[in-house]
Design a protein around this ligand. Structure first.
Ligand SMILES: Cc1cc2nc3c(=O)[nH]c(=O)nc-3n(C[C@H](O)[C@H](O)[C@H](O)COP(=O)(O)OP(=O)(O)OC[C@H]3O[C@@H](n4cnc5c(N)ncnc54)[C@H](O)[C@@H]3O)c2cc1C
Length: 377
């Protein structure tokens, strides 16, 4: 049986970019889904947040030097120019984020056009991999495939319904790699009974400042049926272990400055009235003119600036955008993405212990790792 020069597991963001860059090489992308790029299609609310105007290692959890070296070889400007040359001009939107103009399909089409159909084999699920005398024997549901080089681009654990599996971590472990603890991230929080009153506020969105460990995160919080979500919460989930988070629900208000006002306190907090009233009820403060609040009531109100609690957990992998943690980056050569444990074995994208914030950083990471690998393999 003839071995293929390069086999890539996964037709997601990193696997497709690698395929697009490999062009005329002898390679095969194996994908378990009946279609390519399932996560790309649903990402960014269907318009795929491809990258960000400002990308620095600080936008990622993980080894900062490892990340810097990879991103600088194929940063957001190089990615945008590569896409431009192929007819895609992503649109700069809020928070410096670049999106497809109308649909994620635009990005997927660019990648698809760069890869010959014969180089993609769909409906092929990889089960396990062995290395026998320098050749990778890849067991799939459709038989064995042999490869001289194997690139694992099978992504993280979130959204199993879009094809996610743990195969990449399994392969890494089988070849002696360490995997740091995996957790769902960029995901909402569930609540303890003390915060169940939040659930009645479902649908309300409010700008907050969240402090978690030593990190400050600003952005909007969305009250949801299951708990709390929205960009500020999703980013907080990157830094959350099991402890407390502190939310300032009125980051632009100084309570002292309200004291002389004759307006009702619920109208002065600059948050949706339903939210103000729920908090006043919770704190057992009557909604009355601010100048009639007692100092004890003002004291209680400071809780709005300093609301500290421990979430019960997260919404889990079914809702998480990414998997936090992954393959130890000390064991990967960042000049080519090759394993330091097994020659000719490469790992890309979300599988590594690098996780980006919300804002296009995770696709940027997937594409940068693919570029670095393509130049070397
Ligand atoms: C709902 C949602 C929205 C998101 N929105 C954004 C966004 O707007 N911007 C952003 O930067 N990031 C976003 N992300 C994160 C981003 O999609 C991922 O970080 C990125 O796709 C990771 O790329 P990857 O190549 O590592 O893996 P993936 O893109 O997940 O690709 C892995 C591929 O491997 C295949 N596979 C898995 N197991 C096997 C197997 N055993 N055999 C064969 N194939 C297999 C999978 O089916 C998949 O096609 C979003 C994620 C989700 C879930």
């Amino acid at each position: 049986m003839k071995s293929i020069d390069i086999v890539i597991i996964g037709a997601g963001a990193s696997g497709l970019m690698l395929g697009a860059l490999l062009k005329d090489r002898d390679f095969l992308i194996v994908e378990k889904n009946p279609q390519i790029g399932s996560k790309i299609l649903v990402s960014g609310g269907g318009r795929c947040n491809i990258t960000n105007e400002k990308v620095t290692p600080k936008n990622y959890l993980g080894n900062q030097k490892f990340i810097r070296d990879i991103i600088k070889r194929f940063d957001q400007h190089k990615l945008l120019s590569w896409l431009n040359q192929r007819g895609l001009t992503p649109q700069l939107k809020k928070e410096n984020q670049y999106f497809c103009k109308n649909s994620s399909k635009e990005l997927l089409e660019v990648l698809r056009k760069e890869i010959d159909k014969k180089n993609i084999q769909l409906n092929t699920e990889v089960m396990s991999v062995k290395n026998i005398d320098g050749i990778f024997a890849i067991d799939t549901n459709r038989g064995k495939i042999l490869a001289k080089n194997l690139v694992v681009a099978s992504g993280g654990l979130s959204f199993a319904k879009l094809g996610a599996s743990d195969i990449g971590y399994k392969i890494a472990k089988d070849f002696g790699h360490n995997i740091s603890t995996l957790n769902p991230a960029l995901v909402g929080f569930t609540l303890q009974p003390e915060q169940f009153f939040f659930k009645e506020l479902s649908g309300i969105s409010v700008d907050v400042k969240i402090t978690i460990e030593k990190k400050e995160i600003k952005g909007s919080l969305l009250f949801a049926h299951k708990g709390i979500s929205g960009p500020a919460i999703l980013n907080s989930s990157l830094y959350w272990g099991k402890g407390k988070i502190t939310i300032d629900f009125i980051p632009n208000i100084k309570l002292q400055s309200l004291k002389s006002s004759k307006k009702h306190i619920s109208n002065l907090l600059n948050i949706p009235n339903r939210l103000a009233k729920a908090f006043l009820k919770e704190l057992q403060i009557e909604d009355k003119p601010a100048n009639r609040l007692t100092s004890n009531e003002y004291q209680k109100l400071t809780l709005l600036k300093n609301y500290s609690f421990a979430p019960a957990g997260t919404f889990g992998y079914t809702k998480a955008e990414v998997t936090k943690g992954g393959i130890d980056t000390d064991e990967i050569d960042n000049s080519n993405m090759m394993s330091k444990k097994q020659k000719n074995l490469y790992f890309l994208g979300e599988l590594l212990d690098v996780t980006g914030e919300l804002g296009g950083y995770n696709f940027q990471w997937a594409f940068s790792t693919a570029f670095v690998c393509a130049k070397a393999i």
